[in-house]
Design a protein around this ligand. Structure first.
Ligand code: GDP
Length: 245
């Protein structure tokens, strides 16, 4: 706490120990106390159409053809374990605790449904978990293939790839499955904050080329800096047939 106070003062020499009154510039301006504004501003982003809507967790289901009421368009999220899917979902809806961000990925084989007024966000289980046995892989493939191919209310798929890595064999297998499903797909490159500003555009082009994708099929994002999150939210609303389409 003390270190943060020192770093956040922004006025060296003014708010050392004992002179609290002089060192309260931040508090005077924003009323937030001696630390000033938080590093990443929480709260609704007016440019993100999903931040202004109520969201509710519906349930986790092992069945790709589960009936959920009311029937609404679904936007599904899929990617390799640890790609940043839970973090992205939380950023998209502006609720840090909605989907569980995990340090030990790949345990779930359930479809998680989140309801917004006019669509569902469907969190599909992550793939490529190294420790998954053959049985689990077969079960996973069956569940996800069935959902992607046959789900009547599926309006679009957000496919996540870590900007830093070349597509894995699992990613390429998923790409084939997505292509075969005939669904609208938006590729999202995650963790863009891990690259420098100058390295980002060439790397995004390189990865898009490796996947045979055009630039307009790709969205760069960072859940840490919120880069591209509002744009992705707008694309999701449009893909679901919402007002912004
Ligand atoms: P999931 O397994 O795909 O749901 O991934 P998680 O959202 O649980 O994230 C996996 C790890 O990546 C966690 O340690 C997150 O903190 C980290 N992570 C997720 N998104 C980002 C991002 O945009 N930037 C950075 N630097 N780390 C991220």
């Amino acid at each position: 706490m003390r270190a943060a106070g020192q770093r956040g003062s922004g006025a060296a020499g003014q708010d050392g120990p004992g002179d609290g009154s002089e060192g309260r510039k931040g508090a005077g301006r924003g009323g937030r106390g001696a630390l000033g504004a938080p590093f990443v501003q929480p709260g609704p982003d007016a440019s993100n159409p999903l931040h202004t809507q109520p969201i509710q967790f519906v349930g986790s289901f092992p069945d790709a053809q589960v009936k959920v009421e009311p029937q609404l368009p679904e936007i599904a999220f899929i990617g390799r374990s640890n790609v940043g899917k839970s973090s992205l979902l939380n950023s998209l809806v502006g609720q840090p605790g909605l989907a569980r961000v995990s340090g030990s990925p790949g345990k779930t084989t359930l479809l998680n449904f989140y309801r917004l007024p006019s669509l569902y966000l469907v969190d599909l289980p992550g793939y490529g978990f190294a420790r998954a046995g053959k049985g689990a892989r077969v079960g996973y493939r069956k569940l996800v293939t069935n959902y992607l191919r046959n789900r009547a209310s599926l309006a679009g798929v957000v496919w996540l790839l870590d900007i830093r890595h070349q597509p894995s064999a699992d990613d390429l297998e998923m790409q084939q499955l997505l292509a075969a499903s005939g669904r609208p797909v938006l590729a999202v490159f995650t963790k863009a904050d891990k690259l420098t500003r100058s390295a980002l555009p060439p790397r995004a082009r390189e990865l898009a080329e490796a996947l045979g994708l055009q630039q307009d099929q790709v969205q760069l994002t960072s859940s840490r800096t919120q880069l591209g999150i509002a744009e992705l939210a707008t694309s999701i609303v449009a893909a679901s047939g919402g007002e912004d389409s």
